[in-house]
Design a protein around this ligand. Structure first.
Ligand code: URA
Length: 252
């Protein structure tokens, strides 16, 4: 560039408002300009909620309950088990709290769902008759003669289908706390599903009549009364189991 051109360019820059020479080398301002950045604003998007763990939530609710009434309220506030949507009533328990014997069945059927009490249909009537034969019953006030009755599932499964493993897993913390709070001396597990849930074993024909332990308590598996209605010949074994229970209670 010749002297005259350089001078003309300088004049032009002065005309544009340049007042100072700040460097020997030209700076391409278009290249050095950073892209416009949006001002930083705090991110107010809520954190996605931690994925709910239905079993952990059941455990927390159940462990916080310090009475049977509180446990029933905790169970009725529990939203993760879809069975509740199809059920008319929560079936929590029946009989005498403080009984030495706690009976645990499978799940409510139609009659239980309607009345909100366990074992009130045909199987329940047989259960009452069986225990009456050894002078025990859900309405008896004496702890030695009384029964406290519940189920693994507190809501009726649709069409009385079998409980699913996920449903049992969700309800197990409640059943465990139920047993702790009712504090019976002996548990009776009625049928395969109660055995599966609390002993981790099925095969009631082999299990029945053999004392074992569940949740730290002496436990006797028995044929479910609904099975006895279909297989009356098995009442013989059920009678032997009732006598074994009576004997154990008399031992102290
Ligand atoms: N069968 C059960 O296991 N429980 C009930 O409450 C009724 C029928």
């Amino acid at each position: 560039m010749d002297h005259a051109t350089a001078l003309a360019l300088l004049d032009w820059q002065i005309e544009l408002g340049a007042t100072e020479a700040i460097g020997d080398a030209p700076v391409n301002r278009f290249e050095s300009v950073e892209p416009m950045r949006k001002p930083k604003t705090p991110d107010l998007t809520p954190e996605p909620p931690a994925a709910a763990d239905p079993v952990a939530e059941a455990r927390a609710l159940a462990e916080n309950a310090t009475s049977l009434e509180a446990l029933k309220a905790a169970l009725s506030s529990y939203q993760h088990c879809d069975l509740r949507k199809g059920a008319r009533n929560l079936v929590f328990a029946d009989g005498t709290a403080g009984a030495r014997v706690m009976v645990i069945g499978e799940a409510p059927g139609r009659d239980e769902d309607q009345q909100g009490r366990p074992f009130v249909g045909r199987a329940g009537q047989l259960l009452d008759a069986m225990f009456a034969a050894i002078d025990m019953g859900r309405d008896r006030p004496e702890p030695d003669k009384a029964l406290y009755i519940t189920n693994i599932l507190p809501w009726r499964p649709p069409q009385n289908r079998d409980p699913e493993p996920a449903e049992i897993a969700m309800m197990l913390p409640f059943v465990t706390r139920h047993v702790e709070l009712a504090a019976p001396d002996i548990l009776i597990l009625m049928g395969n599903h109660a055995c599966q849930a609390l002993l981790g074993r099925k095969g009631i024909t082999r299990l029945r009549g053999n004392w074992t332990e569940a949740l730290g308590r002496p436990t006797l598996p028995m044929f479910h009364p609904a099975y006895l209605l279909r297989n009356p010949a098995a009442k013989r074994e059920a009678w032997a189991d009732l006598l074994a229970l009576q004997h154990r209670l008399r031992e102290g």
